[in-house]
Design a protein around this ligand. Sequence first.
Ligand code: ATP
Ligand code: MG
Length: 312
Amino acid sequence: MNAQPVIETTDLTKVYDSVTAVDKLNLRIGAGEIFGFLGPNGAGKTTTILMLLGLTEPTSGVARVADFNSTREPLKVKRVAGYIPEKVGFYEDLTAYYNLAYTARLNGLSEELVMKRVGEALDMVGLSSKANQPVSTMSRGMKQRLALGDILVKTPRVAFMDEPTSGIDPKGVNEILDLIAKVAKEQGMTIVMSSHQLALVQRICTRVGIMIKGKMVAEGSVAQLGRDAISGGRYLIEIQLVEITSLLIDAIKRISGVTDVDRTGDMLVVTSGKDLRPQIAKAIVENNGLLVRMNIQSYGLEDIYMRYFREV
Ligand SMILES: Nc1ncnc2c1ncn2[C@@H]1O[C@H](COP(=O)(O)OP(=O)(O)OP(=O)(O)O)[C@@H](O)[C@H]1O
Ligand SMILES: [Mg+2]
């Protein structure tokens, strides 16, 4: 993460009547990150996003976006931030084209650029053929695509997307999110995305946070969370060799940082405090071992997510 965060919360808290929706949240997200915001229904994801956008006032604590205080300077935040709400809203009687053109004009684009940019965005989200159709006649997934098109037109510094892919078919989800990730990278856009679609989050997010009952219980890259949640912070390296000799096992055990070497059949499982694959490969070669395969154990976000709920 970059030193200077684009999104920062300090003890951010929101209490609704008796419910603490967000509980002293301290979040830092750097420029260019695609942050996946995960958690069960009612965890506080939407409430956090609303406070960051200045659309809901915190009970206590501070939310900042691009160095602006979201509560005190909401208009400045809105100028640099794009938002796809849980329930997307458009001018229903107006066409898809008109709705995006409206965003483009608000952004100060010249009429010539409006046409170009909106045309490109509609094309990217697969809605060119619907350009002149009123939004009211579009399906839910199409409206969701249009919301992503809106982000592409605005290309804000920061984009908050609350369940951006709900209702979009699987092929469309992959295409559109790959596109968003590409644009984000090219433009250095920072994205915060809440989603229940873990496979997708795993594919495009650089970092994820798991929120439960208003608190962030885990935060990091998927690889990091896998190690923390499942292997107790350790690295497990699996090695398959043509022949395993005690000489070789001893050599691997002597590598600094290796805590355990387990043999099962023609496989060795090395436990270590860091990724020692290069050192292990060297030891194997030096001891005339014949390596078939070596890989570091990794976990899917699904496993990680479920692990947090088993512990709660
Ligand atoms: N306007 C409101 N008034 C009262 N309580 C609210 C309000 N908005 C949210 N809450 C409560 O705050 C908590 C957090 O809700 P929030 O919408 O932030 O969850 P979420 O993580 O976005 O859930 P989901 O995955 O279902 O979208 C819930 O207990 C919810 O009932
Ligand atoms: Mg929500």
